[in-house]
Design a protein. Structure first.
Length: 479
C-alpha cells in the first residue's frame, strides 16, 4: 500500500529537518540487491544513512553502482572476507545488517557472522517457513528479526478471500483489527456524503476512512471531505466489525467460501492451502502445479486439498474442475507475468475473485488496467520490517508501508511524558493529513472520536501522509 519506490524520495528533506542531527543516521549493510534490497537501499540512502550493499550478481551490482549513492561490494554476503570488506569486523560501528537475498542459508550466515562482530541489529529474510515456525531459530542464532514474507502474505490472501468485496487488506494490532479497501459503487448511498455525515448515518459501524484514492491520486481525508462514486476507501475497523462495514459499502455481505483454486505449489501456494484447510472445514480446495514431484510431496502434506499436476493455463482442466464456480483464484507461481495472465484468464472463465502474487513493484501499478481483483506483494512485508527497525531502533514503534497509497501507518505506545497524554483528539488540533485510526487500551480496541482522551501507555495507530509522519512521531514523543 505506500508507493514504496517513490514516497521516500520526497521525505528526505522532512526527515532531515525533524531529526536535525546527523547522529540519528546509521551505518547499514544490506546483503542482496534484489527487488527488496535495491529499493530499501534507495530509500535509506535518500534519508542520508551510510549504506553499503553486498551483491554477488554483476548485473544487479552494476545497477546499484549506476543508480544509487551507496557503496557496492561484489561477492557472497555469507563469506567473512566479503563482510569484512563491507566493514563487518569485530568491534565495528555498523548499526544494522539486513540480509534479504533469496537464499536462506546466505541470509542466516551473514546475520550470524555480523552479530558476533558486534553489529547492533541483524534482520534476516527467511523463505523457508520452517525457520519462522518457532522463535527458537532466530533466538539461538542471535538474529533479532527473522521475517517470512510468504507467511505474512498468505494471511493477507486469506483475508482477501474471506472479505470478497475488499480489494486491499492489511492486519493491524496483531490481527485484532485491519485496514480494508472498498470501492464506492455506482449509486452507492455513500456518494455525496461527508465523513462527518457517515458517523451520524451509520452509528452501528465502528470504523474510520483513513485514505481515499480518486482518479489515480489520493489523500488522507478529514471530516468535511465529500466521498464520490469510484473512490477507493481504505477503512480501518476491528475484524468483528468488517461485515457491517462491507454491507455499508456494497449493500451485501461476503458469502462463505465454498471453492478456491490455487495455481502454483511453491511455499506461498502451499501456505495458502494449509491456512484454508485450518480455518475452513467445508472449502473445496484445488491446487494446480506442473511439477509432478512437487505435487506428490504436497499431496502427502495437505489433508483436504485436491492436488492436480497440470498446466494452470489449461482451460479444459480448469473448466473440468469447476473454475466457473470458484469463489477465489490465487495465482502464486514464481513468475509475476504468469500470475497476472493466469488471474486474467481465471476471471474470464468465471472465478468470482482473483488474487495475483506480484513481486515486482512496477507491476503493482497496473491494477487499474487489468482484470485482476487484487495483487499482493511478498516483498512489501519484509520492507516494512526493515524500515521499522531503521526508523525506530528502540522498538518503540511499528511502521507499516502501504504499497498503493502515499501514506504510512505507525503503531506505537504513548510514552510517559508525551504532550498528547490527557488531551482529547479535538484538543490536539491535528493538521490535515494526520489522524488517529485506532486505540488499544488494555483488552479494548476502539476507533477514537473527538472527545476521546489519550492515556499514557495507550497503543495508538496513526495514519498520516508521508510528509506528515515525522510530525506525528514528534507529537507522540516516540523515539
Amino acid at each position: 500500500m505506500v508507493a514504496f519506490l517513490q514516497s521516500f524520495d520526497s521525505m528526505a528533506w522532512e526527515y532531515s529537518e525533524y531529526f536535525g542531527s546527523r547522529d540519528y543516521f546509521m551505518r547499514i549493510v544490506i546483503v542482496g540487491a534484489g527487488e527488496v534490497g535495491y529499493h530499501v537501499a534507495k530509500s535509506l540512502s535518500t534519508e542520508g544513512h551510510d549504506i553499503t550493499v553486498i551483491e554477488e550478481d554483476e548485473e544487479r551490482a552494476l545497477k546499484v553502482d549506476n543508480e544509487l549513492d551507496v557503496i557496492t561490494i561484489r561477492g557472497n554476503g555469507s563469506r567473512p572476507s566479503v563482510l569484512e570488506e563491507a566493514g563487518v569486523v569485530a568491534g565495528c560501528s555498523v548499526d544494522i545488517l539486513v540480509a534479504c537475498t533469496n537464499r536462506d542459508e546466505v541470509n542466516i550466515m551473514a546475520c550470524w557472522i555480523a552479530k558476533r562482530a558486534g553489529v547492533k541489529r541483524v534482520i534476516s529474510r527467511a523463505r523457508g517457513l520452517e525457520y519462522t515456525d518457532s522463535p527458537t531459530w532466530a533466538r539461538d542464532l542471535g538474529i533479532d528479526v527473522m521475517s517470512s514474507p510468504e507467511r505474512s502474505v498468505s494471511r493477507q490472501i486469506i483475508e482477501l478471500l474471506t472479505v470478497s468485496s475488499a480489494v486491499e487488506t492489511a492486519e493491524l494490532l496483531e490481527g485484532v483489527a485491519g485496514i480494508y479497501a472498498f470501492p464506492i459503487a455506482l449509486k452507492s448511498p455513500l456518494a455525496g456524503a461527508s465523513l462527518k455525515q457517515l458517523r451520524v448515518r451509520y452509528p452501528h459501524v465502528t470504523a474510520i476512512i483513513v485514505y481515499v484514492k480518486r482518479n489515480g491520486k489520493g489523500f488522507v481525508p478529514y471530516g468535511d471531505n465529500i466521498l464520490q462514486e469510484g473512490d477507493l476507501c481504505f477503512t480501518v475497523t476491528r475484524k468483528d466489525q468488517v461485515w457491517k462495514l462491507e454491507e455499508v459499502f456494497t449493500g451485501k455481505k461476503s458469502t462463505p467460501l465454498r471453492r478456491v483454486f490455487i495455481i502454483g505449489g511453491g511455499k506461498l501456494g502451499f501456505q495458502v492451502a494449509h491456512r484454508l484447510e485450518s480455518q475452513y472445514r467445508n472449502v473445496d480446495i484445488h491446487l494446480v502445479d506442473h511439477n509432478k514431484e512437487k505435487c506428490e510431496r504436497i499431496a502427502t502434506e495437505l489433508q483436504r486439498t485436491l492436488v492436480l499436476c497440470g498446466d494452470g493455463a489449461d482451460e479444459t482442466l480448469l473448466r473440468q474442475e469447476g473454475i466457473e464456480e470458484a469463489d477465489g483464484l490465487v495465482t502464486a507461481t514464481e513468475s509475476d507475468e504468469a500470475n497476472i495472465l493466469l488471474g486474467v484468464v481465471g476471471k474470464a472463465l468465471g472465478a468470482k475473485k482473483t488474487i495475483a502474487v506480484v513481486r515486482k513493484q512496477m507491476y503493482m501499478r497496473l491494477d487499474n488496467y487489468i482484470s485482476v481483483d487484487s495483487m499482493v506483494n511478498p516483498n512489501q512485508a519484509l520492507a516494512s520490517v526493515i524500515m521499522s527497525y531503521v526508523r525506530y531502533p528502540s522498538g518503540a514503534g511499528t511502521l507499516s508501508l502501504l504499497d498503493k497509497v502515499d501514506a504510512e501507518m505507525l503503531e506505537a505506545h504513548l510514552p510517559a511524558g508525551s504532550s498528547l497524554s490527557g488531551l482529547s483528539l479535538a484538543e490536539m488540533n491535528l493538521p490535515k493529513g494526520m489522524l488517529f485510526a485506532l486505540v488499544r487500551r488494555g483488552k479494548e480496541v476502539f476507533v477514537p472520536i473527538g472527545d476521546t482522551i489519550l492515556h499514557e501507555g495507550d497503543l495508538v495507530t496513526i495514519f498520516a501522509s508521508s510528509e506528515m509522519m515525522p510530525l506525528a512521531v514528534e507529537k507522540l514523543g516516540v523515539k
